[in-house]
Design a protein around this ligand. Structure first.
Ligand code: GAL
Length: 449
């Protein structure tokens, strides 16, 4: 069904999107060329407006025209996909203040912070009651949110929190409905740097308000997300704004217009290969919606969770890096094995994800369970550069019999200089006849130029 919605959308807005896509790419490149990752906030807003299918031509033009004059202002929030950790995938409803402090300590001592994982995000179940003035309190698991934020900040990390536009969160704790400005102000006062805003009970409110009218329901949803965007803006504190509404209503088309730095594109991930890989593969076609400041979010990492094998964990990390996905780890750092740490902290895989060109990769070839994905990277020494991932989602080792690297489909020359990321090996010059063996549920990840 997802695919049908997407191709319909393409037909409806093909030309506009094509033009907007070019403008976004060009803008990002120019800004990076001038000042590294520091793209101006106004340019980001311009990109956001451009990425939306419904934005008018006039606003696109004025935004583009405005860009050169504002290039040296504030840095973009989430210029590259956010990296950090979130409590939900492992701790779920049991997370406590101590878990967050332990995680902060371990992000530092494991080297993860220095590898880029800087956001420590508390997911659902921190919420307490509202006081007599309507101000949200944390519950007994989190005795003092301000003190916790100070602790996390003292470690050179940032703190994220979670709420819902509905009256109740998904775990049936207090949501922000009717208290948006007050909650955003409270988060700012505590020192929060990141908000995940999860639709949850608000979908019931939408259906109750507009039964049998999906268009009106969706409008109501967008307005709720815009309301919190405005509320965050009023605080004056930069916060990464993370939408979680499971990819409904082609959120990638309008997410940037409601200030989203990232938006979930799917329902929940779980720590098993089938679910993880189905989500990852299902992102094909969404690349054009991602860029500096606004990213598709195929959900948080399950690397190190459940019974994922080493190959499956590498496939997971590779897929997310190829997708320029937010890298939000979700494992229990108090029991992280060295081989899991090595996957999460593989510098070259992270560099692919965080490449400042900000282009999401896409599938360029599929033959049954074998898929090849390519992600354009910033030019290296004047050469076109890209990451190429050869996946085997099947049940037996593939020797890629008869299947070349499909360099042409990836927009690459017939011969490239390649490096195998997971093998940490330079391969020299290779062409389409290069043969790889890809284990069951495994991947070979190349950086080529
Ligand atoms: C779900 C969301 C999960 C998690 C959970 C908390 O809706 O997709 O990522 O946040 O709610 O209750």
């Amino acid at each position: 069904m997802g695919m049908r919605v997407r191709s319909g959308m393409l037909k409806a807005g093909g030309l506009v999107l094509l033009v907007a896509g070019w403008a976004v790419g060009a803008g990002a490149q120019t800004a990076h060329g001038v000042q590294g990752a520091q793209v101006s906030q106004v340019a980001q807003a311009a990109q956001g407006a451009q990425a939306g299918a419904t934005s008018g031509t006039a606003s696109r033009h004025s935004a583009v025209a405005a860009r050169p004059h504002v290039a040296a202002t504030r840095p973009v929030t989430a210029a590259t996909p956010p990296m950090g950790w979130n409590s939900w995938n492992y701790f779920a409803g049991k997370v406590t203040d101590k878990d967050i402090r332990d995680t902060a300590d371990l992000l530092v001592s494991s080297g993860m912070r220095d590898a880029g994982y800087v956001y420590v995000n508390i997911d659902d179940t921190w919420e307490g009651e509202r006081d007599a003035n309507g101000k949200i309190q944390s519950n007994e698991k989190f005795p003092n949110m301000k003190a916790l934020a100070d602790y996390v900040h003292s470690k050179g990390l940032k703190l994220g929190i979670y709420s819902s536009p509905g009256a109740k969160t998904c775990a049936r704790f207090e949501g922000s409905l009717g208290h948006e400005e007050q909650d955003a102000a409270t988060y700012a006062e505590w020192g929060i740097d990141y908000l995940k805003y999860d639709l949850c009970s608000y979908s019931g409110a939408m259906r109750a308000q507009f039964p049998n009218d999906p268009a009106a329901q969706n409008k109501m949803m967008r307005e709720a997300y815009e309301k919190m965007h405005q509320a965050i803006g009023k605080t004056g504190r930069p916060m990464v704004y993370s939408l979680c509404q499971y990819g409904w209503d082609s959120v990638w088309e309008w997410g940037p217009q409601v200030g989203a730095n990232l938006w979930r594109t799917t329902g929940d991930i779980s720590a098993n290969f089938d679910r993880m890989s189905a989500i990852g593969r299902g992102q094909a076609g969404l690349a054009k919606y991602a860029g500096p400041g606004h990213w598709n979010d195929p959900d948080m990492l399950e690397v190190g969770n459940g019974k994922l094998t080493l190959d499956e964990n590498m496939t997971h990390m590779t897929l997310w890096a190829m997708l320029a996905a937010p890298l939000i780890a979700g494992n229990n750092l108090t029991e992280m094995k060295p081989e899991i740490a090595a996957i999460l902290m593989n510098k070259e895989a992270i560099a692919i994800d965080q490449d400042t060109l900000g282009r999401q990769g896409d599938r360029v070839f599929a033959d049954g369970p074998v898929e090849i994905w390519a992600k354009p990277l910033k030019n290296a020494a004047g050469h076109k550069s890209a990451a190429l991932a050869i996946f085997n989602f099947g049940e037996t080792a593939s020797e890629m019999r008869g299947i070349g690297l499909h360099l042409k489909e990836a927009g690459l020359p017939a011969h490239v200089t390649a490096r195998d990321v997971w093998a940490a090996k330079n391969l020299g010059r290779i062409g389409d006849d290069y043969k790889v063996t890809v284990p069951r549920h495994g991947v070979v990840l190349l950086v080529v130029r």
